[in-house]
Structures are given as C-alpha cells and as structure tokens.
Design a protein around this ligand. Structure first.
Ligand code: VTB
Length: 347
C-alpha cells in the first residue's frame, strides 16, 4: 500500500494546492476551497484503490464532493470489477483537508496547505465535527508533556526536555478570544507566543522539526484537523494529544450556541464516544498499521514553500510521511503546462 500510494498521493495534494493557489489573495475563501476539493477528488479517483472518506468536507447533504462516506478511487467506480481485482484490494480510509486555511489563501497569507492522511479501514479516528483541545510538542518531549497538566507545567517540562530556557521556547496558539487566559499564562512563564489566525495542522507538525522555531502548539482548534496532525506526528515520533470540546461555553460560535453541553454528550454517545473527556494520543487518533500523510504548500509556510507559478508551469513543494518506512520526504516538483515554457524555475 505505502509505496504506490505514497507516490500517488503526492500528486493528489499537489493538484489541490495548484488549483487553490490560483485563488491566492483574491478574497474568495470558498473559491479557494472548492478549487482544491475538485482537483483533489479528480486526481484521487484515478488511483487504483478502494477508498472511503472518513474526514472530509462535511456530511453528505452539506457537501457535494469529498463528503464523509464518499467512495473514491478507480476501484469504487461502477465498472470497477472489470479493472480491479476487488478481493485483493485493501480498503482504505482517507482524511482530507483540501484547503487547510482557506482564509489564509483568500488573504494571501502564509501557512495554508492541501493535506490528507490515509490508512487501512478503521485506521483513522472518524472525528466528529467538534472542537478539540490540542497539545503538540517535539519528539524529545513526547510522553513527558501532558494535556492534563497546566501550560505552566508543560512549558517547564518542555524546557527540561529540550534543554532550553522558557524564554527560548515558542508556543503557537490560535488567535481567538477563547485563548486569552492561555496566552497570558504562557507569557508569564517567559515563553514566547506566536499567534496564528488559522492553520493549526502546519503548526502542530512544525513542532517535530528543528529550525521551524516552533516548540509547541497549545489550545483549541478543530477535531478533524487534529486527526490529520496526529497522522503525521505519530510517524515523526512527535507528541500529539487531543481532547474533544463538548461544552458550548468554551467555544462560542453561532453553531455551538445551538447545542447544550448535555446535548453534545448525547451526540458523542450516538457516535460511539462514551467517554467525552477521553484524552487521545497520536497512536489512538491514527491507529492503523500503515498511516500515510501528504501535504503540499499552497502559500509559503514553516515546512514547505507555496505554489510558485511561472510562464508555462509552476513549482510545488510537498511533504510525505510514512509510518511504515518512517520517512518524511520533502518533494519538490516542477509542473510543466505549456509545450514550450520560457524557462523552468530552479528554486
Ligand atoms: C480551526 C483550525 C484550522 O480553522 O479549525 C480553524 O483547526 C477554525 O477555527 O486549522 P475557528 O472556528 O475558531 O475560526 C483552521 O485554522 C483552518 O481550517
């Protein structure tokens, strides 16, 4: 599964990123998202596989493409039996976020990417559309920091594990009113805070790499993005924990106001989640034997370059991570779209 798919999924995220990058800076976040979704779906449906979307653009009735439960890949098409030896094929679960950071693309800001994670059936936690409290940290701190501890305690542990003073640590937090106290607490320890408007997948994964100047991600983002981050962090050996947020008082949005705390606990129960307070780690969120992760920068980020167009083509940078091979592969690609481009860009 990993070798062939590993190559194909690079193209899936590349195509989504290129399509979305056309919308960069246009102030049209829905356009940026839709372009990524269409391109991702089109390329995915050319792969020789039997895939099913477990994290996608929403429920079937609210998303025309890449909805949860949608079957993707050549071997799910009506004439599949003629092309594919179905009984030999491993069924695959796929989590997608074709345009992670639609606002970033719309505003031409850094940090957006096309991203997906793949595993065998049942290998990815089918996260409900809830918020999730997250903690990501470098491999050296994995298993030492703990989301149940305070930010102050975790920064002390991080400082010991990385052998750095708190002043030399940078914690990424989403710039939201819900994080006012968290931000204050982190600053009090001496650590520095990098506030982001969107895109916590990139921030979480950046914790695993030195040179990004990101040492932790703390705070609340969306649960589906948490699963995708966990898929990468599991293979990288980084720390990732997530805890679902079911109390509407914690994150106030027009949607969350429709629900009560008890109502949310019931909703989770109906999805098979009986302990709403459970803390999930990376291995539980991405538990499959084989977990693959692929991302391609739309706008530039801490991990990857964005899409760079030139006359006759473009250049992309992607990251493919495999839990089996334990590889994090940065892939640089030139896409040639004209018969005779003026020149190919080297960087
Ligand atoms: C979160 C975060 C994502 O959107 O989902 C955020 O996980 C939305 O948060 O990375 P709010 O509802 O608080 O605005 C992203 O930033 C981009 O999809």
């Amino acid at each position: 599964m990993e070798n062939t798919l590993g190559l194909e999924i690079i193209e899936v995220v590349e195509q989504a990123a290129i399509a979305s990058a056309r919308y960069m800076g246009k102030g049209d976040k829905d356009g940026a998202d839709q372009a990524a979704v269409e391109a991702m779906r089109q390329r995915m449906n050319k792969i020789y596989m039997r895939g099913r979307i477990v994290i996608g653009e929403g429920e079937r009735d609210e998303a025309p493409m890449l909805y949860i439960g949608e079957e993707v890949g050549i071997c799910t098409q009506p004439n599949a039996a003629e092309i594919c030896s179905l009984e030999e094929l491993v069924e695959i679960d796929i989590a997608v976020d074709p345009c992670e950071g639609t606002n970033l693309v719309a505003k031409g800001q850094n940090g957006s990417m096309a991203v997906l994670a793949i595993s065998e059936k049942g290998g990815l936690f089918a996260a409900p559309d809830f918020y999730m409290n997250k903690l990501a940290a470098p491999p050296a701190a994995a298993g030492h920091v703990d989301i149940r501890k305070s930010a102050t305690e975790n920064i002390k542990i991080l400082s010991e594990c990385l052998d750095r003073a708190p002043e030399e640590l940078v914690v990424v937090v989403m710039d939201r009113p819900r994080h006012k106290e968290l931000i204050q607490e982190i600053r009090t320890t001496g650590a520095r805070v990098r506030l982001i408007s969107d895109g916590d997948v990139s921030a979480a994964i950046s914790c695993a790499f030195s040179g990004t100047n990101i040492h932790a991600l703390m705070g609340i983002g969306a649960a589906p993005e948490g699963v995708i981050s966990a898929a990468a962090m599991r293979a990288l050996g980084g720390h990732f924990q997530g805890q679902l947020v079911y109390d509407p008082a914690v994150v106030k949005t027009p949607e969350s106001e429709k629900w009560t705390r008890e109502g949310n606990i019931e909703r989770l129960k109906s999805m098979g989640i009986t302990d709403p307070d459970r803390v999930y780690n990376a291995n539980e969120l991405a538990s499959g034997n084989t977990v693959l992760f692929a991302a391609c920068g739309i706008t530039p980020g801490t991990l990857m370059e964005g899409v760079r167009f030139f006359d006759g083509g473009c250049r992309t940078q992607s990251l493919v991570i495999s839990s089996v091979n334990r590889t994090a592969r940065f892939v640089d690609t030139i896409h040639i779209s004209s018969e005779r481009p003026k020149m190919l860009t080297l960087h």
